[in-house]
Design a protein around this ligand. Structure first.
Ligand SMILES: Cc1ncc(COP(=O)(O)O)c(C=O)c1O
Length: 497
């Protein structure tokens, strides 16, 4: 039988290295567990008695007893009546080839990427890197500025929901979400977006990404074709790809997606569109095109997914009416989100689904997600019912319209001639169009080297790029910082043109 003497040295060393904030029993537990997994305490090793160990390490006996109980329950050690406690035979991790012991901090060491046990789909998703490359972030970099959001009001509403602790709000969310929130959303989109909606058709989700995922799973099968705008929102591409759908990139021109430019043999099951403010080009879809895509969807029995992500933020005139409002055939799923107009981390979005899809979507949402967060939904319902939402929209619209104007003023020295603003006066980003074939990726990299975050328009294309420029975000940022960064960007542009 092996002796336990070295055990003390091992454990004393572990205590010397331990994080002072960790409870003692946790330090002892981790030290023994990692010594076992790292083969420094091999199977069969006899551990000191709890009394001895407590004395040697200056711990209370109860601390050692509860540590041993945990290790026993997890199968790391075993007790043999009358003869003591031993490292269990099956407890150690398999030795790596070559016989070296595994490192103590094995839990913190990332697995080597070429050994990732991922599926084909997983490999595609893990290598997509869309978030860092494509997402619109404020030009000035750094953390976002969320001071426009009335956080005190929100805190009060959320605390109230938690104080009330109504049992139905502590449960899973069924029936498509909290009813008062669904009422508030239906009232809002009916009036401000001309959406045709009954409250039953509203389904609350964890944001647009989540809504798209549900639509892709419920409305299309692997291999089905989804028509996407080219250039396209990377988040949507990523979802469709993860559901094994075939992406058909349909060119966008000055009127939005052009279905006439699609390959003749291509039959879509889904069409993903951003008609109010095409992402990323920032142009609205014309009425003629809206009619054309609705006709096509009806003819093909395809579904249109209308992503209306930032329509509240239009700075000249009223928000455009939704595409869904023109649909008489119930072929459109309307997708809205609170990410842009409130704050991204709220992760609450919604769908307005055709009547025939209400039950299937409700039950699939429940079965796939077991959704919850009803207290947040409750707070948001009150935020809307009390008129705070409408006030907030007015406030951000005013503030972002001013920030956008400041940015354009700062960019002015570089505009005219071969650089121009091509996006409409809306949303949280603008697009600077550059001459055809211009190396916009290099310019974006130069800007990044100067601490500016802009994206190259050409990178949003799935097919061959047909437009070049910079996508410049101005939301969630202090106006003076945006203006300062805008002036720097203007200088870089002038130099590059
Ligand atoms: C085109 C588009 N749709 C939707 C979203 C928002 O999605 P979510 O509600 O998942 O935050 C974004 C955010 O960047 C977007 O750019």
């Amino acid at each position: 039988m092996r002796q336990a003497t070295p055990t003390y040295e091992l454990l004393r060393a572990a205590f010397a290295d331990a994080d002072g904030d960790l409870p003692r029993y946790r330090v002892l537990y981790q030290a023994i567990r990692e010594s076992i997994l790292g083969h420094r305490l091999p199977p069969g090793t006899r551990l000191p008695s709890t009394r001895e160990l407590a004395r040697e390490l200056g711990l209370s006996r109860n601390t050692v007893l509860s540590t041993f109980e945990g290790l026993l329950a997890e199968g790391f050690i075993s007790a043999r009546a009358g003869s003591g406690t031993f490292v269990a035979e099956a407890a150690a991790a398999p030795r790596p080839r070559g016989g070296r012991s595994v490192p103590v901090n094995h839990e913190r060491r990332p697995a080597p990427t070429n050994a990732l046990p991922l599926s084909q789909r997983g490999m595609r998703l893990a290598s997509f890197q869309g978030g860092s490359r494509f997402e619109i972030q404020p030009l000035c970099g750094g953390d976002g500025d969320f001071t426009l959001f009335p956080i005190k009001q929100w805190q009060r509403l959320q605390s109230r929901q938690l104080r009330l602790a109504r049992p139905e709000l502590l449960d899973y969310a069924s029936n498509g979400g909290y009813l008062p929130l669904r009422h508030a959303i239906a009232d809002y989109v009916r009036v401000s977006r001309a959406v045709r909606v009954e409250v039953d058709q509203v389904i609350v989700t964890a944001g647009t990404q989540h809504s798209l995922d549900l639509c892709a799973q419920l409305l299309a099968d692997a291999g089905d074709r989804v028509w996407v705008e080219d250039p396209c929102y990377w988040g949507a591409r990523c979802i469709f790809d993860s559901c094994d759908l075939k992406l058909e990139a349909i060119p966008v021109d000055q009127e939005g997606m052009n279905p006439a430019a699609a390959p003749a043999a291509s039959r879509p099951k889904l069409l993903y569109l951003t008609p109010s403010n095409q992402y990323p080009t920032g142009i609205p879809m014309s009425l003629a095109r809206r009619r054309a895509v609705l006709e096509l969807a009806t003819r093909e029995r395809a579904w249109i997914l209308e992503d209306d992500y930032d329509s509240e933020l239009r700075y000249n005139g009223r928000p455009l009416a939704s595409l869904q409002g023109l649909d008489t055939e119930q072929r459109v799923v309307y997708l809205g989100t609170f990410s842009k107009v409130l704050f991204p981390g709220i992760k609450i979005g919604y769908m307005v689904v055709p009547a025939a899809l209400v039950q299937p979507f409700r039950s699939a949402l429940y079965d796939l997600q077991r959704p919850g967060q009803l207290t947040v939904q409750g707070a948001l319902a009150e935020f809307m019912e009390r008129g705070y939402f409408a006030t907030h929209i007015r406030r951000v619209r005013q503030a972002y319209s001013e920030t956008r104007a400041l940015l354009i003023e700062a960019l002015q020295p570089a505009l005219g001639g071969s650089a121009s603003i091509s996006s409409q006066s809306a949303g949280l980003h603008l697009v600077i169009r550059l001459p055809d074939g211009f190396d916009d990726q290099r310019l974006a990299e130069t800007a990044a080297a100067h601490g500016l975050r802009v994206s190259a328009l050409s990178r949003y294309f799935i097919g061959t790029p047909s437009a070049w420029g910079l996508v410049v975000g101005f939301g969630y940022a202090a106006p003076e910082k945006v203006a300062r960064s805008g002036r720097m960007l203007a200088q870089l542009l002038k130099k590059a043109l």
